[in-house]
Design a protein around this ligand. Structure first.
Ligand code: ADP
Length: 235
């Protein structure tokens, strides 16, 4: 058990890792860090990094490893991850990113012994491909508060946000061609990370189907031995 848990969430797009990761971070009292959010914020702010990644995000392609590693290292230092702990969502997404940050299983020391890149446990949220594709095609996001809503009919582009005055819209990369590209890239580039984390002896696999509450309960049950979580608080 650890005072400042460090958790990595893996799972294909549409597996619910953003939703579950945010709730988990809230319960653990650690920051939730999404590289996708970091890149989207850079695009909105018109930074140099934003200009470099804008078209990659729109097309559903991966940002090159070197750039991702630089951005994450800067953020780790700025936010003092070694002090605060974290729930990481969307990083690492390739074995090269994982090794740059956490070292190499069987060669390096256990993860808690490394300097900036330690982790306690990785969770793999499992959702079948067809279900993930359906979730992405029907999800709409409020740009004002970030609330995610699901529409019944994938042809519906926008829906009033249930939490405020905003309108939830389709994310730029939740279009059929980009969805297929992202899911295929996930299989190829990120799929190998599950056995990679398992090689450290720190991977838990959680069934990501069913209601968000049911998934969260499973997740907390599986994590308990690693990060000292007990009961699911009221949501
Ligand atoms: P999703 O997982 O649904 O594709 P994210 O918000 O996690 O959404 O990421 C959005 C986009 O940001 C990705 O399609 C990719 O272009 C870029 N991205 C985020 N994290 C990484 C990463 N670790 N490596 C490479 N590209 C990334």
């Amino acid at each position: 058990m650890t005072a400042r848990p460090r958790v990595v969430v893996l799972g294909r797009q549409g597996s619910g890792k953003g939703t579950q990761g945010m709730r988990l971070a809230g319960q653990l009292g650690v920051p939730h860090l999404s590289t996708g959010d970091l890149f989207r914020a850079a695009v909105r702010a018109g930074t140099e990094v934003g200009a470099e990644v804008d078209h990659l995000l729109k097309e559903g392609l991966l940002v090159p490893d070197d750039l991702v590693i630089d951005v994450v290292r800067d953020e780790a230092e700025r936010s003092q991850w070694s002090v605060t702990g974290y729930v990481l969502d969307g990083f690492p997404r390739t074995v090269a990113q994982a090794e740059a940050f956490f070292g190499t299983p069987h060669i390096d020391l256990p993860p808690e012994a490394t300097s900036h890149g330690a982790f306690d446990v990785a969770i793999s949220l499992d959702v079948p491909l067809a279900e993930a594709r359906r979730r992405l095609a029907t999800r709409r996001v409020c740009p004002v508060c970030g609330t995610i809503v699901s529409v019944d009919d994938a042809a519906v582009e926008a829906i009033p946000c249930p939490r405020g005055d905003g309108t939830a819209v389709r994310r730029g990369d939740d279009r059929d061609d980009a969805i297929d590209r992202r899911l295929a890239l996930y299989e190829r580039e990120t799929g190998p990370l599950a056995p990679w984390f398992a090689a450290w002896g720190r991977l838990v696999t959680v069934d990501g189907t069913g209601t968000a509450d049911a998934v969260y309960q499973r997740l907390v049950d599986s994590l308990a031995p690693f990060v000292g979580l007990t009961a699911v608080p009221p949501h």
